[in-house]
Design a protein around this ligand. Structure first.
Ligand code: ADP
Length: 248
């Protein structure tokens, strides 16, 4: 995709932002707060129309939300009156598939995120980490090709976030998952170096892509590793100068 976006009030969030998510790639978008990361993600999902440019999925232009692209929000969205299984089943509603099949897919998605045996729990009986797993299972149950994640770990306590981060890559790219690409917005640089294959750095106002960096460290990645820290330095350098300029 290659897009520009201006809000109705005339605020030009970004221009000429071009991003590609190849097959089996975990893409991360980082940038200072307010730079336009969430806006970009909503454009990628077809929820917002770009002012210029277009979003393409396998050669087709995306103009509205599609089941082929799922979004996991920052805040954990589960319905308190529904069990884990019912929450995941919701994803299949628009598809109108037979209940038996929907049940099977939902159970498989819960298994994938490590929640087998917890199908009948209600959100209030679960930890924050479990609820976020339910939200991810719901996104995966729709069998999307692309998963968009907006700060998926930011509302979890650090230990829970770390546990889920360790597993997420294998969950998303498991052999039985039809998922082709993941695009995650994050402000947590360590998380990004731990997970991403490719990182797009946004900065400035209007925002531009100021860096596209491939992370070439074998998995699992260790934050103590020297190369890991070199990537962190690279990102700090790409993010800092414009932040400082803004404060002047
Ligand atoms: P980020 O996710 O990087 O923190 P956002 O995409 O949420 O940034 O917001 C980018 C910019 O657009 C911010 O300056 C924000 O104030 C502005 N913005 C967000 N939503 C709207 C809206 N509905 N109308 C006008 N401006 C908005």
């Amino acid at each position: 995709m290659d897009v520009a976006f201006t809000y109705d009030n005339g605020y030009k969030v970004f221009e000429d932002v071009s991003l590609t998510a190849d097959e089996n790639k975990f893409v991360a978008i980082i940038g200072p707060s307010g730079v336009g990361k969430s806006t970009l993600l909503r454009i990628l999902g077809g929820f917002l129309k770009p002012f210029a440019g277009e979003v393409k999925l396998l050669g087709r232009t995306i103009t509205r939300p599609t089941p082929k692209i799922a979004l996991v929000h920052q805040s954990i969205v589960t319905f308190p009156w529904m069990t884990a299984l019912e929450n995941v089943m919701l994803a299949m509603k628009p598809k109108r598939i037979p209940k038996e099949e929907a049940l099977k897919t939902a159970k498989k998605a819960l298994e994938l995120v490590g929640l087998s045996g917890f199908e009948n729990l209600y959100p209030k009986e679960m930890s924050g980490g479990m609820r976020q797993r339910v939200a991810i299972a719901r996104a995966l149950a729709a069998e999307p090709l692309v998963l968009l994640m907006d700060e998926p770990f930011s509302h979890l306590d650090e230990l829970t976030a770390e546990g889920l981060r360790h597993e997420i890559y294998n969950i998303l790219f498991a052999e039985e998952s039809p998922l082709k690409s993941v695009i995650m917005v994050s402000h947590n640089l360590t998380e990004v170096v731990e997970l991403a294959d490719v990182v797009y750095v946004l900065n400035g106002s209007p925002a531009k892509v100021v860096g596209k960096i491939e992370i070439d460290i074998p998995r699992p990645r260790n934050p103590q590793n020297q190369k890991f820290n070199e990537y962190l330095d690279t990102f700090y350098n790409l993010l800092t100068p414009i932040k400082v300029r803004k404060r002047e």
